[in-house]
Design a protein around this ligand. Structure first.
Ligand code: SF4
Length: 453
């Protein structure tokens, strides 16, 4: 009766929260299963970034609830952003749900499951339901346990939760609450423990990582707390590479830009959300930077690391976006020469300021603008990858590729590479000469004379 299946919707932060819940449940004696048909408990860790994401989870929960007809002791729980956003209201649409846990209560899940089981054992007549979406000070410090796969060499480390930026289209400040950072010593210790367990690449994670510690730590010698943290992780012997997501352009001060020139483990790959290239739309989105300032950040980073790789987030069709606004976005998108981008067609998100805005852009126009940027991105990526043929790239060997034909890993620029290798090299940084490329993947050959392949 203790087999738990966790289904995760949405972003890497949700994946990380689900992993921590799985680790806490295991420590409590529950078994985490990968097949939803064999579980006694199903937990849906949900996303609220768009209405569609919520509808998907509600549909799933409604379907799964059928199981309770056959097995009344089956437990169904809804966790995360949608739970936080809708709370007990969810029970109107989903009366068979037993557990609703918000984004600051993941650490309570083991206790709540125990309580539900105990109530079942006690044979209480009325179904026991638990709804907890309260805020809890320090909850950000509970996301620290990991469930590492065998020979896993990359890991995400949550450093902060919440966001105070209030972008007009975004529900995150409501679902994740105010910015809350974890103690730096705790994060560094977690990274050291991961290194001892064979992890070689750390991705520091948060809704707005560049704001890390700004209310808890002082700037030392003009160095922000986030860069102080990068310096400390960079000093951990076993760690070979550092990445982070998601930052805000406003957090790219001189110290962070300079850090790319002096912290050798900080990979030359930046995810820098632009959202729009029009100052008028950026103001309407409540994004406190200009296209000029954004371009300056990109140029400064390229000055420090000419081989820098960039990815971004763009919203096309934000209410009121004119042809001229979009042309400014297209022009800046092209000028920044992105290697990767997440382009979203604006959709009304109930509960956000933008949902009330007039001048909604027609869907076909959104799609047209979406396609323009995706074509540009493909051209940019093809152009960049073509320059890599014949070069030798440093690759972190992550393991066998999905097809089980060869091995895969990533360059420091976060490009996926496929090549022949052997198990002994998992976790090693190896030189791979790129032989051929596609838009998203590189194919190469190991450059280690005498290495048994
Ligand atoms: S900075 Fe990011 S998480 Fe924060 S409100 Fe804006 S889009 Fe949402």
């Amino acid at each position: 009766m203790n087999r738990v299946f966790i289904k995760t919707y949405g972003c890497q932060m949700n994946e990380r929260d689900s992993e921590a819940v799985a680790a806490m449940l295991r420590a409590r004696g529950y078994r985490i299963v990968n097949d939803e048909n064999t579980c006694d408990v199903m937990l849906l860790n949900t996303c609220s970034v768009r209405d569609m994401a919520e509808q998907k989870a509600i549909g799933k929960a409604g379907h799964v609830a059928q199981k309770k007809k056959r097995n009344p002791r089956f437990i169904l729980g809804i966790l995360g952003c949608m739970a936080q956003n809708r709370g007990a209201q969810l029970l109107d649409a989903l009366p068979d749900v037993d557990l609703i846990v918000g984004t600051q209560k993941f650490h309570q899940v083991p206790d709540y499951l125990d309580n539900l089981r105990a109530a079942q054992e006690a044979g209480t007549v009325l179904p026991t339901r638990i709804v907890d979406i309260a805020e809890e000070a320090g909850s950000q410090n509970t996301i620290r346990e990991h469930v590492l796969e065998e020979r896993q060499v990359t890991a995400f480390v949550s450093i902060q939760q919440g966001c105070n930026m209030d972008c007009a289209f975004c529900i995150v400040p409501k679902t994740r609450g105010d910015e809350r950072s974890r103690p730096m010593d705790q994060i560094v210790r977690e990274c050291e423990e991961l290194a001892d367990r064979g992890v070689r690449e750390i991705t520091l994670l948060g809704q707005i990582v560049t704001s890390y510690g700004r209310r808890d730590y002082t700037h030392t010698g003009g160095v922000t707390p986030f860069v102080q943290l990068l310096e400390r992780v960079n000093a951990i012997p076993g760690i070979k590479r550092i990445r982070f997501t998601s930052p805000h352009p406003r957090g790219f001060k001189d110290d962070l830009i300079a850090a790319y020139g002096r912290l050798e483990k900080l990979c030359e790959y930046v995810h820098l959300p632009l959202q729009s290239g029009s100052d008028r739309i950026l103001r309407a989105m409540n994004r406190p930077y200009t296209r000029e300032r954004y371009r300056q950040i990109v140029d400064d980073l390229r000055r420090v690391r000419p081989d820098m790789y960039f990815s971004t987030d763009i919203i096309v069709g934000f209410p009121g976006e004119t042809t001229e606004d979009f042309e400014q976005t297209r022009e800046l998108f092209d000028a920044c020469n992105y290697d990767m981008a997440y382009v979203f067609k604006y959709s009304i998100r109930t509960g956000t300021p933008a949902a009330e805005l007039a001048d909604q852009v027609p869907d076909d126009l959104k799609e047209e603008r979406n396609q323009v940027l995706l074509r540009l991105l493909e051209q940019n990526s093809d152009r960049r990858n073509a320059t890599l043929v014949g070069t030798t790239q440093e690759v972190l060997v992550e393991g066998p590729d999905k097809k089980g034909v060869g091995y895969m890993g990533r360059t420091r620029g976060n490009r996926i590479v496929h090549f022949a290798a052997n198990e002994r090299l998992i976790g090693e940084l190896v030189p791979v000469t790129i032989k051929r490329v596609s838009t998203a993947v590189l194919y190469g050959e190991l450059e280690l004379a005498g290495v048994e392949r």
